[in-house]
Design a protein around this ligand. Structure first.
Ligand code: HEM
Length: 449
């Protein structure tokens, strides 16, 4: 079999280079080896063939589960999400779980979420004072966590929500630790060791989550509740089986791990790129003043293209898999570096420039345009993520002026091996508020969750 070519660099050096400068490293590999190359850099499946050719990317996304599956490539998140997570299910079990939970983010649920998200945003914005310097990424991460706990978990404001928010945020941050990324370092050497610390924090959060699940099962108003947790505990497979407490717990952790920092990244990158491009920002604001969100949505899509929050997606070959002139042996990994694919000059003119305008053109939907994935593994939270990013961006941009405190160009780095984040925290200074925050919002839909 002919494997795709690739660097002979030691595995640890490859891993370090990718964390530090993902774009530069992958671009050098593509320049040197072409659109398909092999890396051994400590991913769950090692080695992995990385694919940048848009046509091959479409082939991979459309591949049936009998040829390519995602569970083995996602194995790195097992300690975070547990064995019962959608991310780790394969074949029929995966399809059945997707079917069971298909309604959790459907249109009806999303319509109910609008008002709740808007309220959380308005309350956050009321706390921003003119002249205050705000750590953009941290604040947005905290905001999207509050929304997740409110909308998905159905937990009202109060000490319990604060405890869970703090615990889950810490787990998400610890997930970027080297111990989690390198399974060999998963050794519990007491509460001060990285892995030991992770295990203890995780156990504390698990206890809170299981208590919440038990309380929800016992809630006499359960059938009237509209949050995802209540939906999950009432869901039944066609044979009448319900999800166990462990499965519900693992699904909740999955939504946090897959949905929190990705959504926060999509929003933070949109705001940051607009602040770095004042003409584009003016166009977005002019649209919002006319009541149109068309240009805002183009600005969001362009941010998802240029700074796609999830660096890439991975699969494992279930059979010897034909990929152009190569055959990838069964068990080997195949991955797509989405961030690199969207910078292909074959797909976009001047691909490294931020140009929301291009997203409005008829031919904007290029091959392989899938920031939320596609096929049987497509993102279950796309609608929820787009709703949050759109609503929060609209509310923030139409209610207050913001300026970057440090206008130096940012560098990208990878967090937790998968998230595209700026190298340093981005600070913004809040200016005058244009309108009382809540008045820019559409009215909350009655009976919202
Ligand atoms: C801007 C925000 C987001 C981006 C860019 C994003 C991106 C993606 C991508 C590319 C995939 C496909 C992975 C693959 O093909 O293997 C995916 C899967 C998934 N996403 Fe998202 N996502 C976002 C937000 C969310 C949210 C808000 C949730 C839930 C609350 C969520 C839950 C999931 C889950 C559960 C999967 C796994 C689906 C499966 O394996 O069947 N995501 N996401």
């Amino acid at each position: 079999m002919t494997l795709p070519p690739g660097p002979r660099l030691a595995r640890s050096l490859q891993a370090i280079s990718i964390q530090r400068d993902p774009l530069g490293f992958f671009q050098r590999c593509q320049d040197r080896y072409g659109d398909v190359f092999t890396l051994s850099c400590g991913t769950a499946l090692d080695p992995t063939a990385w694919v940048c050719d848009p046509a091959l990317v479409e082939q991979i996304i459309a591949a049936p589960a009998e040829e390519l599956e995602a569970a083995s490539a996602n194995a790195i998140v097992r300690p975070l999400v547990g064995d019962g997570s959608t991310l780790l299910l394969a074949g029929e079990e995966h399809a059945a779980r997707r079917e069971l939970l298909a309604g959790e983010f459907d249109r009806e649920h999303l319509a109910h979420d609008r008002g709740e998200i808007a309220e959380v945003a308005a309350s956050e914005l009321r706390s921003w004072r003119p002249g205050q310097v705000i750590a953009l990424w941290s604040r947005i991460r905290a905001l999207t966590m509050q929304i997740m706990l409110h909308v998905v978990f159905g937990i009202d404001e109060g000490p319990e929500r604060e405890r869970l928010a703090a615990g889950l945020s810490e787990i998400v941050e610890l997930s970027a630790s080297i111990a989690l990324l390198l399974p060999r370092l998963r050794v519990d050497l007491g509460p001060l060791s990285p892995w030991g610390r992770f295990l203890r924090r995780k156990a504390a959060v698990d206890e809170l989550l299981y208590a919440e699940i038990a309380a929800r099962r016992a809630d006499p108003m359960l059938s009237l509740r509209r949050d995802v947790l209540s939906f999950a505990v009432q869901a039944r497979y066609p044979d009448g089986r319900a999800l166990s407490d462990a499965d519900v717990h693992d699904e909740l952790m999955t939504l946090i791990i897959a949905g929190n920092q990705t959504t926060a990244g999509g929003l933070a990158w949109t705001l940051e790129l607009l602040l770095r491009h004042p003409l584009e920002l003016a166009r977005v604001r002019a649209g919002l003043e006319r009541g149109s969100e068309t240009y805002l949505n183009a600005a969001i899509d362009e941010a998802l293209r240029l700074r796609t929050p999830l660096f890439g997606i991975g699969r494992g070959a279930v059979v010897d898999y034909r990929l152009a002139r190569f055959t990838i042996p069964r068990g080997m990994g195949i991955a797509v570096p989405l961030l690199l694919v969207y910078r292909s000059p074959a797909l976009y003119d001047e691909p490294t420039l931020y140009r929301p305008e291009r997203q409005l053109r008829q031919d904007a939907r290029r091959p392989a345009w899938m920031p939320f994935g596609g096929g049987i593994r497509s993102c279950v939270g796309e609608g929820f993520a787009r709703l949050q990013i759109g609503l929060l961006a609209r509310e923030i941009l139409s209610s207050c002026e913001l300026e970057l405190v440090d206008a130096r160009p940012e560098r990208l780095r990878l967090k937790a091996g998968a998230l595209v984040v700026p190298d340093r925290e981005v600070s913004v200074r809040a200016g005058a508020q244009h309108v009382p925050a809540a008045s820019a919002l559409s009215p909350a839909i009655p009976g919202s969750r």
